[in-house]
Design a protein around this ligand. Structure first.
Ligand SMILES: C[S@@+](CC[C@H](N)C(=O)[O-])C[C@H]1O[C@@H](n2cnc3c(N)ncnc32)[C@H](O)[C@@H]1O
Length: 261
């Protein structure tokens, strides 16, 4: 991926500086977008294969596109970034960040404005790797969404989501009809880890497993107190909440010799 930054006009540079970024993206030439999200830190937790040579990747809910560009950097033959809610839907942001970053990086990542509920092999094809990061808990109908995601996954799904009711062994999900999670009305469901695994298996994935090591109760208590002080959540609720990454595949044993980083 050639770095285009030196060839960019002053106008594009000032648009990059003025944009309200969600992702923190290193565009090269000393320019790092001022993202609200510490995206490189989240990348380190995903278990994304170090090399994606020759593979096709679908990034569902890509927003500014950090993970799509990273997959391209890791050698993916084709990357399709999709979104709806942030790009042209009712919420949060726009597609400007994705377009600016793609230009600055000289990237060939493709894009499609499509709601997760409209994904199908007919509309987008099927992909070796599907990223479904930070989207599941924003959806009113998560199991339906996972059915759509499963239909376009031919290899491995990497899912990152809020998890709630951590520690409860029985599959269960917390429901947020209002602003219960992070004071954000766009959050709907926080499944616990056994529920996520069960949901993935019920839509046809095999080898579904959580790859995140969730911290112990002592750390959780301290973090819950900190979130509570910041006004993000009620203490007792925050104690059982976390974020976790799951891998699942459409063929048994798919991930055997892959290196993750
Ligand atoms: C918290 S952001 C996560 C962005 C990115 N995947 C990441 O992990 O950094 C949630 C993303 O889900 C997208 N989203 C929410 N509802 C969606 C829907 N129904 N269809 C497609 N994307 C959706 C939003 O537009 C936004 O880009």
């Amino acid at each position: 991926m050639a770095n285009n930054l030196t060839m960019l006009s002053d106008e594009v540079r000032s648009r990059i500086a003025a944009h309200r970024w969600y992702h923190t993206i290193d565009l090269g030439g000393g320019i790092v977008t001022a993202g609200a999200d510490d995206t490189p830190q989240r990348l380190a937790r995903l278990g994304l294969p170090v090399s994606l040579g020759g593979l096709s990747v679908l990034d569902v809910g890509a927003w500014d596109g950090f993970f799509s560009f990273e997959c391209e950097r890791r050698g993916a033959a084709r990357v399709l970034a999709t979104d709806y809610y942030s790009w042209h839907g009712p919420g949060w942001g726009s597609k400007t960040g994705f377009e600016l970053a793609r230009k600055a990086l000289g990237s060939h990542v493709e894009d499609l404005d499509i709601d997760v509920m409209d994904l199908s092999p007919d509309r987008v094809g099927t992909f070796d790797i599907v990223l479904f990061l930070g989207v599941l808990y924003h959806l009113r109908h998560p199991l339906l969404a996972l059915e759509r995601v499963a239909s376009v996954t031919s290899g491995t799904l990497i899912l990152e989501t809020v998890v709630d009711l951590v520690g409860l062994e029985r599959p269960a999900a917390a429901f947020y009809p209002g602003r219960e999670l992070n004071n954000d009305p766009t959050n709907w469901w926080g499944p616990n880890p056994p529920a996520v695994v069960g949901m993935l298996e019920s839509v046809g994935f095999q080898n579904a497993r959580m790859i995140t090591h969730l911290p112990g109760w002592f750390y959780r208590a301290g973090r819950a107190g900190w979130h509570h002080l910041k006004g993000k959540n009620r203490l007792a609720l925050a104690f059982r909440q976390d974020r976790a990454v799951f891998h699942a595949s459409k063929s048994k044993g798919h991930t055997s010799t892959t290196q993750y980083g």
